[in-house]
Design a protein around this ligand. Structure first.
Ligand code: FE
Length: 303
């Protein structure tokens, strides 16, 4: 499967309307709304990168992965069929809704809905809503998405063998994490085995400048935005970042300076003990509301 970038993410939330202020005033990302209450959040020339749909609860609805062309979609369907996974082509209405030329939808073994697409609508201009330079996207996609699921080993097998991601590295603590790439970005996808829970943990958006990371950090403090993790620097992708709890219940990692894999052939997978060189002190005890316990499994985090 030839996935080239993380294209878009869709979530449901009862507080979709709060993104008008959170996106535009805090993150610096323009927000538009449609009549059913959906909020579309932009951070580059694409029509949207995050869609927040009105819902009675916080949950991840779909993750949109970009493929280069129609041939890649056909090939993906064959891959999925071989893996005994049902792939459904999006209708014309689906494509209009997602603002793409074509898409294919399927569920992974943990019940997450993935959409493979090409041709997302692109607008002529993008202007951040605050005095910031903008975000690192282009060929590296919108950022990264981190999912919680109960079986990292099975996830590595699925995301590499079926979806074609390459493993970047692993982190052992505070729970086992696996990181995957599909372009130069250190990871477009990560999965954490944080006990018997599944769901969306966080999405990462990367600023072009350190100044903009700093000004947003200070603004979040001034405006009382709930921090999930304070400023810190990750060991594996070396990202300088902080995490806030969004109005849709998941966490947003606002980062700068992420490592890029310049030479795929020279890359070696490592297993790293800890997630951060410094900082990233946890500030919220409750997990993101987009994560839910898996029924019938004992609570607890594996050591
Ligand atoms: Fe992250």
């Amino acid at each position: 499967m030839n996935i080239c970038a993380l294209g878009y993410v869709g979530v449901g939330s009862p507080r979709a309307a709060e993104w008008d202020a959170f996106g535009a005033e805090i993150l610096g990302t323009p927000v538009s709304s449609q009549s059913d209450g959906t909020r579309f959040i932009r951070w580059d020339d694409r029509a949207y990168r995050l869609a927040v749909h009105a819902s009675d609860r916080d949950h991840l609805l779909y993750v949109g992965w970009e493929v280069p062309d129609p041939g890649a979609l056909d090939e993906a369907i064959e891959n999925l069929n071989r893996a005994k996974i049902t792939a459904v082509r999006g209708t014309d209405e689906d494509c209009r809704t997602r603002q793409v030329e074509a898409l294919v939808r399927f569920q992974d073994p943990w019940g997450f809905t993935h959409e493979l697409f090409y041709g997302q609508r692109t607008l002529l201009s993008f202007r951040p809503t605050r005095d910031i330079a903008g975000f690192v996207t282009g060929g590296m996609g919108m950022g990264h998405v981190v999912l919680a699921l109960p079986d990292l080993k099975a996830a590595v097998s699925f995301f590499t063998n079926v979806m074609g991601f390459r493993v970047t590295d692993f982190i052992d603590h505070p729970f086992p994490l696996g990181f995957f790439h599909c372009n130069a970005r250190h990871h477009s996808l990560a999965v954490g085995q944080a006990g018997p829970v599944r769901g969306l943990h966080h999405i990462m958006i990367e600023t072009q400048t350190l100044k903009d990371l700093g000004s947003t950090y200070v603004l979040c403090k001034e405006r009382g935005i709930p921090f999930a993790m304070d400023l810190g620097q990750h060991t594996n992708d070396q990202m300088l970042s902080f995490y806030v709890r969004t109005p849709a219940g998941f966490e947003l990692e606002y980062g700068w300076g992420g490592l890029q894999i310049e030479d795929e052939k020279a890359w070696r997978i490592s297993r790293i003990e800890l997630p951060s060189f410094w900082g990233h002190d946890p500030k919220l005890k409750a997990p993101p509301t987009t994560m839910e316990p898996i029924p019938g499994k004992d609570a607890g985090i594996p050591s």
